[in-house]
Design a protein around this ligand. Structure first.
Ligand code: R1P
Ligand code: URA
Length: 401
């Protein structure tokens, strides 16, 4: 047989085998996915059994939350009404419903946070089947969206410090009433980069205002009050360590974040409805920010940093830069690319949460699942989990970008 004939026959054979191959591959993936979920759940079960054995005589129910510095009058509010979340302490048993919360993740839009909740469900092994539906727990408040995935709350915060402040007051009270222990608050968002490539993930070391002052200023009784806006350095490092340069084709950096109360003039844009400065003045200002170690600009970090540190809550801000402000103001990147970039902070934070939930110092069998075997993006809401051929000991397979 001539080499060309042999090749043609091989190709024909390959073609006829393809449907079978695809089917086996899909089946194998589904089996692995299921295996991983079962593994993750049996892990949680063993942990519970271990806790039961270890701590039968211990008092398991904490008496108070670990939060501090809160309003002393909270105990007099019976019920306490969290108006914008549409929840109150009379009709909801906070310790029962929210007592297990360990992470509170926030981002600007309800859609992003709903997607993130579904993604997390899969990543932390709580997605039993593709039809699992999440309920918006703050629907009655008609302001913010709130989803709960096991120990993780996912909330939308709208735009700007006034909006996120209202959410934070109510979430912090929720953590207090629910007697939560050491909850960690993380904002996953978008930002304008300063001298960084679009698509880069910036984790904030601290939040500063337009004067580079690391404080969130509010007016109380007409008097200016400033609250320090430090963020948790260790947490920022832990989240950064979840970036894997060999697999993630983008950079993750830590730097100062400037937080403004406006997207246009506050961020020295030239494309707002009003502009009373020159392009040269803008250039000088942004370059000064860059010289001072500012890596990005967004609009909520000051309030988040200040309110959480007042309550003794560890917090982080993880944002993807959707443009480099040194190169322009308008966001021209196509929507599909923006949507891809928006998932980068989510993937990083999901990895961090998985690590905290599934890694126990005493466990010798911790094994990061092999991401090479998992293909695809973080899924859209309600989508069937894809990829995940990794057979893991502890956690379900992780979706890679
Ligand atoms: O991507 P999100 O979380 O909405 O955050 C950023 O995007 C909004 C401006 O477009 C501001 O809220 C800013 O902080
Ligand atoms: O430039 C930007 C982009 C996103 N969010 C901001 O606040 N500014």
């Amino acid at each position: 047989m001539t080499p060309t004939k042999r090749m043609k026959m091989k190709m024909r054979k390959r073609k006829t085998r393809r449907p079978n191959f695809d089917c086996t591959c899909r089946l194998a993936k589904e089996v692995c996915q299921l295996k991983a979920v079962v593994n993750a759940q049996s892990k949680t079960l063993s942990k519970l059994v271990r806790q039961m054995k270890d701590g039968c005589n211990k008092d398991e129910q904490p008496k108070e939350s670990t939060l501090c510095g809160l309003n002393p009058c909270l105990k007099c509010l019976q019920p306490d009404i969290l108006y914008h979340l549409g929840l109150d302490t009379e009709t909801t048993d906070f310790p029962k419903v929210f007592g297990d919360v360990r992470f509170v993740c926030m981002g600007g839009t309800p859609g992003r946070m709903e997607n993130f909740a579904y993604y997390l469900m899969q990543e932390i092994g709580l997605k039993i089947n593709a039809a699992t539906k999440l309920r918006d727990m703050a629907e009655a408040g008609k302001r913010f969206a709130l989803f709960k995935v096991g120990p993780v709350l996912c909330a939308s915060h709208g735009m700007g410090c006034p909006s996120i402040s209202i959410l934070l007051h109510e979430l912090i009270k929720m953590m207090h009433h629910a007697k939560c222990q050491d909850p960690v608050f993380i904002r996953i968002g978008t930002c304008g980069g300063i001298g960084v490539d679009p698509g880069t993930v910036v984790i904030s070391s601290e939040a500063v205002d337009g004067r580079l002052n690391p404080a969130h200023e509010i007016l109380v009784h007409g008097v200016s009050v400033q609250h320090a806006s430090q963020l948790d350095e260790g947490l920022a490092d832990d989240i950064k360590s979840c970036h894997d340069p060999s697999k993630d084709n983008y950079e993750t950096i830590i730097g100062r974040t400037m937080c403004t109360h406006d997207f246009y003039e506050g961020q020295s844009r030239l494309d707002g409805a009003f502009c009373e400065y020159t392009p040269e003045m803008k250039k000088t200002y942004l370059e000064e920010l860059q010289n001072q170690g500012v890596k990005n600009i967004e609009m909520e970090s000051l309030a988040l940093a200040a309110l959480t540190s007042r309550a003794n809550i560890r917090a982080a801000v993880v944002c993807v830069a959707i443009l480099n402000r040194l190169n322009g103001d308008q966001i021209k990147t196509p929507h599909e690319i923006l949507a891809k970039w928006e998932k980068r902070p989510q993937v990083l934070v999901a990895r961090y949460i998985r690590k905290v939930l599934y890694f126990h110092e005493n466990d010798s069998d911790w094994e990061e699942p092999d991401e090479d075997e998992c293909e695809g993006e973080a899924p859209e809401k309600g989508a069937t989990p894809q990829g995940g051929a990794g057979d893991t000991q502890n956690a379900p397979p992780e979706e890679a970008e």
